[in-house]
Design a protein around this ligand. Structure first.
Ligand code: CU
Length: 276
């Protein structure tokens, strides 16, 4: 109760957004079907941890009160071994780990399910921005693309209600492609193509970022995400095509130079001997 009222007092001074996060136990509202699975795992893990905590705290309190010293010259019973108790505290954690493991595997299988997709987007993480290639015809065929660089933060437009597969490419170092509201990220590794799927179920604007320290301007490797209606998405693809951002092959980074200022900064850093 003390904790609950302290938390409430704290919440009174917080924004609605922060309150949402508290209600979700520090998770953003899940914005994809896959994220729901992760969110459920997160929530029930907290329930299990809290139940365990309450039992343990209760037992500690009970022992402290029940077996407190009542007289100055009293010596408590000196218990050394208790086989049933030792078996219990070995078996109970094993059972808990098995249950957590079982649910984690189930959620992992649900989140990494790649059997059906409506769309494919070739995502390129390059030092230090992103290129998004939207496939026009299924898994192969021409793409329209948008690319960020320097202070130009790219936007990833997605259609609501459709299952989109992200194929992740890197021309240089390891990055990690993630969107907090989707409760998902995955490493982008040169020389291999990782992939995952999302089915956004909420229209809106979100943010995404690189989750793997990838060099000087890692912190600027941001992107916006806009989940729009299917019609708006079609329009977006047509606009990109009309503007000439169309290619027979996905644009896989490399040659996507950082701004000149950025490159100058980098060479300056190197000439200073490199603190890292
Ligand atoms: Cu990166």
């Amino acid at each position: 109760m003390v904790v609950a009222s302290a938390a409430l007092a704290l919440l009174a001074g917080c924004s609605a957004e922060t309150q949402d996060e508290w209600r979700n136990l520090a998770m953003p509202d899940p914005a994809t079907e896959q994220a729901q699975h992760i969110f459920e795992l997160w929530r029930w893990s907290w329930v299990a941890a809290m139940a365990t905590g309450v039992i343990v705290w209760g037992l500690i309190l009970w022992v402290v009160v029940r077996y407190r010293r009542r007289h100055v010259d009293e010596i408590p019973v000196q218990t050394r071994y208790n086989l049933p108790l030792e078996i219990f505290y070995t078996v109970a954690p094993i059972v808990m780990v098995v249950v957590f493991f079982y649910h984690t595997i189930n959620v992992q299988n649900a989140v990494l399910d790649d059997t059906e997709q409506d769309r494919t987007i070739e995502v390129v993480g390059q030092q230090w921005s992103w290129t998004f290639n939207h496939r026009l015809d299924g898994e192969d065929g021409p793409v329209v693309y948008t690319s960020g660089a320097g202070g130009n933060v790219p936007t990833l437009v997605l259609p609501v209600g459709e299952t989109i597969q992200f194929n992740l490419h890197s021309p240089d170092v390891i990055h990690s492609f993630g969107i907090p509201a989707f409760l998902m990220k995955m490493d982008v590794i040169p020389g291999r193509v990782n992939h995952y799927e999302v089915t956004p179920d909420t229209e809106g604007t979100f943010v995404g970022k690189c989750y793997e320290l990838c060099g000087t301007y890692h912190s600027r490797m941001l992107f916006n995400v806009e989940v729009v209606s299917a019609a708006d998405y079609e329009q977006y693809l047509q606009d990109l095509e009309a503007d000439g951002f169309v290619s027979e092959e996905p644009v896989l980074g490399g040659g996507q130079a950082y701004t000149q200022a950025g490159l100058d900064d980098e060479s300056a850093d190197e000439s200073e001997g490199g603190a890292e």
